[in-house]
Design a protein around this ligand. Structure first.
Ligand SMILES: *[C@@H]1O[C@H](CO)[C@@H](O)[C@H](O)[C@H]1NC(C)=O
Ligand SMILES: *[C@@H]1O[C@H](CO)[C@@H](O)[C@H](O)[C@H]1NC(C)=O
Ligand SMILES: [Zn+2]
Ligand SMILES: [Zn+2]
Length: 473
């Protein structure tokens, strides 16, 4: 995710809404401990009289052994099912395994489409779990499968890439690759999805369909999601989920919303070329500087005059280049900028307006020629039913006080490419811990996470997938 990219105009920063004032007031409710099983409690109280020295009655014969509760079938989800998933996720051996995976990935961050070692580590772990997969998709990506192998198919995705940032956190597992860092938490995303894989494999006999685990390259740059889709990541898939760690929520708080969650973000570049005067006339009859200037003004007008002010949108021209000569009109001017919007309709409307030449707005602009190119991340839009599913799973797993509804944010995510193809649900999981100092925003060289989030993230992913299959199988 790109919480602060691009840091262009002041108008953008006004839209970078901070919402921790709502969330930081919440206290993490104590979740039931792994070992608090109802049948253990009742057997403990049964032997209590033996501890009482004043008890004169002869010792009773030991109680018959409590038969182990048969694990619930979980077709209808109960709190015992949540307990069982949390027990698998939070057992100390598993927690240590999760931490060691995350630390190994953190030490060896790899940039977009170069996630070779990360991908190898993931495949090695999948081999250990005897989980089958397809490789490669999108150069380093992996599509793994757990379950019956038949429909329905539900996907869960993690991104693998790091950022070109020098880590400033001094700790034992600091990045060993100069100038590269997992400063967006994708190391944790991969770890949580591997953790979910392990839980799902252990519960494979419960699955009423197939879970597709997608390990994706190049979220930060290069539209990895788009290439994953092109390589068949979503074959047969009817719904997809993903999470992102968030420094704005205390550890393991889960947050999401229905509808637009993250803005669409696009970049454009246009080369505006003037027109030569007649033969022998060295002057341009259409001045590209004038035409480009008029284009800038018309671009500003898209938002200021056409947009609904309640529907946040930004169009900013951030570069304007006609060369360095002071005594000659350039042949062309290169114009570039960015645009953002939350609603899908507004986003594609802006894109269309930028593509248009706005004929008649200016003679110069009309007569010039321009070539344009775009990079876009559409808005990330949560399907209402998928959002409800995340909410239900989160509340049952971590308790109602640990789920929050979040406002939309101006960041962008390439998960949006999946959300254009199948119903999708995206959510945040908190990593903020004042004691540890994990309070820095993603893309900061000081970014760090509270590793206690790892088992909860794994359990959430696994439960979202298993319950989806139960309800749609
Ligand atoms: C957003 O609009 C585009 C273009 O109209 C469409 O292809 C896409 O499916 C829409 N996405 C969602 C989530 O509705
Ligand atoms: C923060 O981290 C410390 C040390 O790991 C831990 O004891 C504490 O419970 C954590 N706080 C939260 C809110 O998770
Ligand atoms: Zn990011
Ligand atoms: Zn990210």
């Amino acid at each position: 995710m790109n919480p602060q990219k691009p840091s262009f105009s002041s108008s953008i920063s006004t839209f970078t809404i901070l919402f921790n004032c709502v969330i930081s007031l919440l206290v993490v409710a104590k979740t039931t401990s792994d070992h608090d099983f109802p049948h253990f409690e009742s057997s403990t109280s049964f032997i209590k009289p033996l501890d009482n020295p004043k008890n004169q009655t002869p010792p009773r014969p030991p109680p018959p052994p409590v038969p182990p509760l048969s694990p619930p079938d979980c077709t209808v989800w109960t709190s015992a099912c949540s307990e069982e998933v949390l027990r698998l996720a939070k057992n100390p051996e598993n927690t240590e395994w999760l931490k060691s995976i995350r630390r190994r990935i953190h030490e060896n961050p790899e940039l977009a489409f170069e996630e070779f070692e990360t991908s190898k580590l993931i495949r090695h772990e999948l081999d250990n779990m005897e989980i089958s997969y397809r490789f490669p998709l999108a150069k380093t990506g992996i599509r793994a499968m757990v379950g019956t192998g038949g429909p329905p198919f539900v996907a869960v995705r993690a991104d693998m890439d790091a950022l070109p940032i020098q880590e400033a956190v001094e700790w034992e597992h600091k990045s060993k690759n100069a100038g590269k860092m997992h400063a967006c938490g994708h190391d944790a995303h991969v770890t949580m999805l591997l953790g979910a894989a392990k839980i799902l494999k252990a519960r494979e006999h419960h699955l009423k369909g197939t879970v597709i685990l997608l390990f994706q390259p190049a979220e930060e740059a290069g539209n990895g999601a788009k290439r994953m889709i092109g390589d068949g990541a979503l074959e047969n898939v009817e719904a997809i989920f993903a999470l992102h760690v968030s420094h704005q929520h205390p550890t393991a708080i889960i947050g999401s919303r229905s509808g637009p969650l993250l803005a669409g973000c696009g970049f454009f570049r246009a080369v505006i070329t003037g027109k030569e005067g007649g033969a022998g006339n060295p002057h341009h009859s259409v001045d590209p500087v004038l035409a480009a200037s008029s284009a800038v003004i018309s671009l500003q007008g898209i938002v200021s005059r056409e947009a609904n002010p309640l529907d946040s949108q930004v169009v900013s021209v951030t570069s304007f280049n006609g060369g360095d000569d002071l005594d000659i009109i350039p042949d062309n001017v290169v114009l570039g900028g960015t645009f953002r919007a939350f609603s899908n309709t507004s986003f594609y409307h802006i894109l269309q307006r930028i593509e248009e030449n706005r004929p008649g707005f200016s003679d110069a602009l009309q007569q010039s020629t321009s070539e344009k190119e775009y990079t876009i991340y559409p808005p990330t839009v949560n399907d209402e039913k998928m959002y409800e599913h995340i909410k239900r799973v989160a509340i049952d797993l971590v308790g109602p006080t640990n789920f929050v509804v979040v406002p939309p944010m101006m960041g962008a995510e390439d998960f949006s490419f999946y959300s254009e193809v199948v119903p999708a649900g995206f959510f945040y999981i908190g990593i903020r811990n004042e004691t540890l100092g994990s309070t820095h925003t993603g893309h900061s060289p000081h970014f760090m996470i509270d590793e206690n989030v790892l088992p909860i993230g794994a359990a959430t992913h696994a439960t979202i997938a298993e319950r989806y299959l139960n309800e749609h199988g």
